[in-house]
Design a protein. Structure first.
Length: 180
């Protein structure tokens, strides 16, 4: 039990750090009305790693958005968006086949777009549709394209077997479920 807890805490910290660094390093494209938040490519990994990714990516949003200069609405709103998007996708995709993971990715794009686009339109005093469009386009690139590629590449790696043995993985391919 102790080993699983230390692995979970470590993975949570790794996800938080990766997200923070990805957003802050690419700040010029991470904090605008029209943004491509490349670090959002990590969101689909919540369907593989479960709670460590869900919590880590929410914490990462708090830390990263603290550097963005858009204030508490962005800090709290971004964390809530990441938390809800990753939790929803994890719930949709857990113990199901690959098409469900695709549904999870689409769900993440919609949740992030509606949440972040709404408060960005308020912060930048722009029409709501502009806020949604700006975040939607970036989310399609980051979550839909990059995140899906990352998710499906990692879901086929043998390291997942090791992490599953520590209780970390919830996503299994159809062939893995049939094997037991």
């Amino acid at each position: 039990m102790r080993r699983t807890n230390s692995v979970s805490v470590t993975l949570t910290a790794v996800f938080a750090a990766l997200y923070t660094v990805g957003v802050v390093f690419l700040a010029p494209i991470s904090f605008q009305m029209f943004q491509v938040r490349v670090a959002d490519a990590l969101l689909p990994l919540s369907m593989l790693f479960g709670w460590p990714a869900i919590v880590g990516l929410a914490i990462g949003a708090v830390v990263a958005n603290s550097f963005g200069g858009l204030g508490p609405i962005d800090v709290v709103g971004g964390a809530i968006a990441n938390f809800i998007a990753t939790l929803a996708a994890w719930q949709v995709a857990r113990n199901r086949s690959a098409p469900w993971a695709s549904v999870g990715v689409v769900l993440q794009i919609l949740i992030v777009t509606l949440t972040v686009g709404s408060y960005l339109s308020f912060l930048f005093a722009m029409p709501l549709e502009i806020g949604w469009l700006g975040v939607l386009l970036g989310s399609i690139v980051a979550i839909g394209l990059l995140g899906s590629l990352l998710f499906f590449a990692l879901s086929r790696m043998r390291i997942l077997t090791l992490l599953r043995s520590h209780g970390m993985m919830v996503y299994m391919t159809k062939a893995e479920r049939q094997r037991g």
